[in-house]
Design a protein around this ligand. Structure first.
Ligand SMILES: Cc1ncc(COP(=O)(O)O)c(C=O)c1O
Length: 418
């Protein structure tokens, strides 16, 4: 069977596909009994009960269920949901958004496919533009989304050391250059894989830079505020006409409904809707149906703040304390856990690569993700990228604890030359 460039590119097993496949196989073959690898959100009983109740109410209502499953929505997505979300954002944050500023997609992953290829690649004027990640490491899921090769560029971060074993990445504004070939800037906040939350000041500076260069700033808010609000530090949500804010219902607990949300100026929303029509006819509406009421009455903000955020904050604290304790005696740093579902562990001068460490851990039943995957667009050599692991703490506490213990044990062997 001969495949086109497109066919080869998107089925060649690069990057995220290999990783997801490997994670999946590890579960099926039982080698991953300590699954600290995936980005799946936890099943939080209180939140799940709420969604079950919403589903029950929909089923009990005379027409709601039939309407939700029996109709395509417009390419922009479920009208009621879009309208009420616009009202919520306007009320809460005084953003100048209306329904014309919001579109739904089948998961935010697909929104990134649209957005990156809208703002990077070949342009009519002959130029070739790229998406700039101002602070590597960044989300691995971006790496393979380009229709054209070479559409990403990234900058190394500045590293701040905080206490004995903690560090934090910052955008290195001294190094950051917005050249003519940058088509858009993109940053995840909180960042997958590090749990970093770039500060309000950093975000404002990025926004100002983007505006100055007349390019959009894309903020990936998959874990961010106001929902699901998996943020353990101070962070103000930000939007303006030059910002494209990507949100998602996945980490709220609805990854199976595949609901992404794009908030942007009208032309961007029209383009996203148009791409929805071409690729999907219309986005799915189950997520909008299940979460519709919580948007209408604003409970999405309370549930995020009072249930989801503390749930992950506690898990993050416990995982951090355990890992720090288990690793005593080694040279190590953990990124300051400010949000998302992960600890980012850095072992300076790790004697093997993080990928080799991943393989050794897999042999012992622990699945993590090697850090080297998380530097899409960073061309320069940097040893650091082979010295880090992403460890998810969203699994139940016993699994996390046992997994962390094995990670520390294996690291001690590696660092002592065994
Ligand atoms: C930073 C980030 N952005 C986007 C996504 C995509 O999520 P979804 O397509 O489920 O909305 C993920 C998923 O893990 C993520 O971690």
């Amino acid at each position: 069977m001969q495949l086109s460039h497109f066919g080869k590119k998107f089925s060649s097993g690069a990057g995220i596909l290999t990783l997801m496949d490997d994670l999946g196989k590890a579960i099926v073959h039982g080698s991953g009994q300590y699954m600290l690898g995936g980005g799946n959100p936890a099943h939080i009983p209180e939140v799940q009960r709420y969604f079950r109740e919403q589903m029950r109410l929909t089923l009990d209502n005379d027409k709601d269920f039939e309407l939700a499953i029996g109709n395509y929505t417009s390419p922009q997505g479920h009208g009621d949901f879009v309208r009420t979300l616009a009202e919520l954002l306007k009320d809460q944050y005084h953003w100048n958004v209306g329904p014309e500023n919001i579109a739904l997609t089948n998961g935010s992953q697909s929104a990134f496919f649209y957005l990156f290829n809208m703002f990077a690649g070949h342009f009519e004027d002959g130029s070739f533009r790229k998406i700039l990640f101002p602070m590597a490491p960044e989300y691995i899921g971006y790496a393979d989304l380009g229709l054209e090769e070479g559409i990403f560029m990234a900058e190394k971060p500045q590293i701040e050391f905080i206490g004995k074993n903690v560090f934090k990445y910052h955008v290195d504004f001294d190094r950051l250059e917005i050249a003519d070939d940058v088509g858009a800037i993109c940053v995840s906040r909180p960042t997958n894989p590090t749990g970093n939350v770039i500060t309000d000041e950093e975000l404002s500076r990025l926004s100002a830079l983007a505006e100055k260069h007349n390019i959009p700033l894309i903020i990936d808010n998959a874990y961010g505020t106001p929902f699901p609000n998996i943020i353990f530090t101070e962070a103000t949500p930000m939007w303006n006409e030059n910002i494209i804010l990507s949100m998602s219902l996945s980490k709220l607990g609805l990854p199976g409904t595949r609901t992404g949300i794009v908030v942007a100026r009208r032309e961007v929303i029209d383009a996203v809707s148009s791409m929805n029509a071409v690729f999907n006819l219309s986005p799915g509406s189950m997520g909008a149906m299940i979460a519709g009421e919580m948007i209408r009455d604003g409970q999405i903000i309370d549930i995020s703040k009072n249930i989801i955020k503390p749930y992950y904050y506690e898990k993050s604290r416990r995982a951090f304390d355990l890992l720090e304790g288990y690793l005593k005696g080694l040279d190590f740093f953990i990124h300051k856990p400010e949000g998302a579902l992960f600890l980012w562990l850095w072992i300076p001068d790790l004697p093997i690569t993080s990928q080799e460490l991943y393989m050794r851990l897999k042999e012992r039943g622990v699945i993590v993700v090697s850090g080297h995957y998380f530097f899409p667009g960073l061309d320069s050599e940097w040893r650091h990228r082979n010295e880090c692991l992403r460890i998810s703490f969203s699994q139940n506490d016993e699994v996390v604890k046992a997994g962390l213990k094995i990670i520390a044990d294996e690291l001690k062997k590696v660092c002592r030359g065994n």
